[in-house]
Design a protein around this ligand. Sequence first.
Ligand code: FAD
Length: 516
Amino acid sequence: MEAPELKQAELGLTTDNLRIVHEKIAAVLGRQWVSDDPAVLTCYFRDFTARVGKWPNLVALPSTTEEVQAVVRIAHAHRVPVVPYSTGFNHGGTALPQWGGILVDLKRMDKVLAVDEEGMTITLQPYVQNARTYAMANCFSALQGLPLKPALPMTMGSASTLCNYVSRGFSAIAGKHGGHSENIVNMTWVLPDGEILKLGPGSFPNVGDVPVQFGPGPDISGMFISADGMMGICTEITIKLFPEQAHEKLYYLVPSRQGDEALEDCIEFFYRMSQANLMLFIYKMCHTDALVMLPDEMNPADFMHMIPEHAVMLILAGLTPEELEIKEQITLNLAQECGLTPADVEMLAQMIGINMHKDMFKKIYQAGKVMKPKGSFQWIAGYYRLDRVPELMKDYKDIVVRYWKPSDPRISYELAMSGTHMQGPLQFGRATTIEFDFWWDPGNPEDVKRAIVTLRQMGEMMMRHGAIFAKNLVGTYELLPRLGVYYDLVCRVKAMMDPLNIMHPDVMPVGGPGFG
Ligand SMILES: Cc1cc2nc3c(=O)[nH]c(=O)nc-3n(C[C@H](O)[C@H](O)[C@H](O)COP(=O)(O)OP(=O)(O)OC[C@H]3O[C@@H](n4cnc5c(N)ncnc54)[C@H](O)[C@@H]3O)c2cc1C
């Protein structure tokens, strides 16, 4: 769409232009749904990550795709940057505006638009949160009357399902159902010039929500995944649902060996379980998962001996108790061969006061918070070959000791409040997600410095080893220009779709603002 001719004063981040833009948005949304009140703006420049943003100039709250389109068209005509915001729980600080502009907060778009039992899909707006996606899907059933469920990440029940899927989320059930972006059926996007684009099979006439992943011809959906809003705003998504089996059991398996050898045993177990295709959910935990949840009056050092650095959380599922029992037999044999022993989860749960029930991951989705970490929780994660994880871990340990561990000699590597996770191994266990967690105190300047330096080092380390970044994260986006032709092409496509660079101009280093 051609931008109408405007005078210079009606372009960019000038006071006069922003006043005009404010009035135009108020005329479309209603005055109560756009604000330049500092008390409102100040809510959007910080999050729990080590990144800091700038205040937006305006916050707009559209309630439909057409209203999003109208806001984007106004922004486009007046050359004001736009930053979309769903629930703000990303780990890269990517929903923080860096140049000001209009922050498009999507919290009024909170509708479950459809559940298709036969097609086994659910269609959501951006502010449908994981807890509600799960609860809604569960009201419907398919196959032999089994309730439906979505594949959800191990994050807060209050995080946006749509945004997790378009930002290439992943979960510990990926081995069973694939990564989240593989389970997208249809998407509706408002492009930087305000055009509306349908992606997926529904972009073809009369197709609707057929549960396949691609549209006709060369499929262009990939350009929109993990783009963090720089290609437009996703206003609707249709995702696949899966049948939930009636019988589930949770196991907590502990290696008998320690340290690096324990990790090797967990990897071997991951590998063999993936090939046997037995588990619903598999997760290599770390000691800090439990240590950060201890009540404040308890000293983590006193509990280290009870909590292994590496352990495996596993959920098996079956249609009948007999099916579950057979799977359990095979799994426990495999665990024994790999040197892992089932621990009493109830006892451990009571000892350290955390919820380790088999439904814990469903309950997480229903609760507001995933955990009670000490300070802020920041991760950097990627996909990597399972057999090469031990090499990566050596460098990670070195970084923790050199950059993350405080100089206090009483703080060991194990007590440095950092740990690794692996989830949902893919392709028969050939690849896995690998996640490095850091718990830090955003109110402590020393912690902030350590967090930023460590995350940069971690990004470099992952690139050196060939671990592909799962998402745009603190410590990763600065490295993307090194991808050469791949990165150049991303920039060229972005420049073609958004020549004014108004749509989230700062999300990746794609050339700075072209507005105003
Ligand atoms: C404790 C914790 C644990 C987590 N564990 C996991 C995990 O195991 N697996 C996993 O996958 N994730 C995990 N996450 C990440 C988190 O759940 C996802 O980032 C979230 O689901 C995506 O929504 P969001 O609220 O982060 O999006 P936001 O922060 O609102 O946005 C993320 C990015 O997308 C852009 N954006 C926002 N809305 C839209 C839109 N509608 N269209 C286009 N662009 C948009 C924003 O500008 C920003 O760049 C975890 C997060 C936390 C805090």
